[in-house]
Design a protein around this ligand. Sequence first.
Ligand SMILES: [Zn+2]
Length: 236
Amino acid sequence: MDNPAEIKEKLAKACRILYHQGWRETYEGHISYRVPGTDTVYIPAHRHSAETMAHLGNMDADGITVVYLDGRETGLEEPVSEYVIHTEIYKARPDVLSVCHCHPFFATTFSCTKQELLAISRHTALFPGGVPHFDAGPQLVHLVEQGQGLVKALGQRMAAFIRGHGIVTVGKGVEDCLFRVDWLELACRTQFVASQMGELNPWTWPEMAAGHFVNEVQGPAYWRYYLQLGQEKGWW
Ligand SMILES: [Zn+2]
């Protein structure tokens, strides 16, 4: 996928999926894509103004802009204000081609605790080694230093909680990045409900990694499911 129109269309659909699947509070969140082997990143533009109220739920291809990892000017629209979440991860992780930051309810609530995500359900198979907590302070992630802190907390893992704020997931494509948002929210919801039912019964992370519940290869299958759902429900 290196055709600009195709990339923009895909990211716009991913935004609408985030919105309609309810992985959000109000209208916020963003997902980006890095063209493989380049420093070119496609990312939603900053349009949260009263005049141009573009958001996750009404995102179109023309709401997607470009940033370069070396910070050189594009002459295009400004990206979302928390773009350093994306750019710092891409700089540090050549394996990552997609980054999503959003605020799904259960995962965001989890970020307000010191609880560790446990390998108690199949959803956690997408997060080998667990999901670290990152604290950017009681503020948005706007500074390069904060982005670098997030990169350090994330390490080689595939998601992180941002304290009192939300989550970030990464992927080898838009498909598995979005799939991880879905399953991190399910994992947090499941752990919360299970904790009310009785003593939690986790596997270790190495046991989960050696298992066969699910892996990121299934991302494209989930993507096709989301596309079909959107078609049925008129999301675009
Ligand atoms: Zn946020």
